[in-house]
Design a protein around this ligand. Sequence first.
Ligand SMILES: [Zn+2]
Ligand SMILES: [Zn+2]
Length: 337
Amino acid sequence: MLTLCLYANLLVEMRALFFDGLVLHLIDNYRQPQPEENEALIRVLMAGICGTDMEIMKGYKGFKGIPGHEFVGVVEKVSGGYSSLAGKRVVGEINLGCGTCELCVRGQEKHCPERTALGISDKDGVFAEYMTLPLRNLWEVPSGVADEQAVFTEPLAAAFEIVEQVHVKPTDRVLVLGDGRLGLLAALVLGIGGADVVLAGKHEEKLAIARQQRIKTKRAEKLSRRKAYEIVVEATGNASGIEVALDVVRPRGTIVLKSTVAEETKVNLTRAVVDEVTIVGSRCGPFPPAIAALASGRVDVGPLLSAVYPFSEALKAFEKASEKGVVKVLLDFRKGR
Ligand SMILES: [Zn+2]
Ligand SMILES: [Zn+2]
């Protein structure tokens, strides 16, 4: 009987978006994942389409499987005993380390050489009705934070990583290059500390979102090539963004690189040597300050939300996400099961 139940469990199917290495397919008979020891089975409530997902469609990381890493969901089942997270609404960190190497022990799972990453490398992601993550990756969402806000936690954490890595003084002039999802969030986070932040981009409607939240903006084509900024955050999503950053960063300034791109590029770094520029690579960040900023309203992600599609229209949602002027597109799993 037990064998039969186990067998039945393994055969539970779900709807999922599957990327075969070339195109996305919406399928309704993907096998539901089962949580391993100390993992949770999570029912996805909402998921966000991110620039990295669009890069995956172009071949980034050679990923095949279920993409997606920005989500809010409910813990349906916990494997390996009791967890206070059972039944709770959660968001989750996307890197899964081995848990035993020196980097993992120091809390740097995102740099574990054995790591997988949710919906990015060797681990099915969140564009499916159910997903799994280790319990240690999960953070409970406070009741005052709506699903539509909570789904921004992961990209917002990536913006908070900048202030973890670089000390931004209130007197610093900061330039964020790129008015996409991450550029906007970076500008909002950098603005919290009182620094003079300018967001440069090509899309008037996106720049307007930043201005609503008291961030100065500039049209990218009107950016003077003067070396005027102590800190430049490169979030254009283009391989050539670093060239512009090198043009405008002050001698002894810092460039924070945020774009992950499939395309390769050649950059002459002589200017960085001559100007003694510090170049900082920056990826995923801490969840607690991101959740706190959403809960307190210090960062308002509402204006970044461009469209919400039911999961049954996920392919349309991907088309929408690639349109000009669109910031964030969400998939809603809560209805139409
Ligand atoms: Zn992302
Ligand atoms: Zn490890």
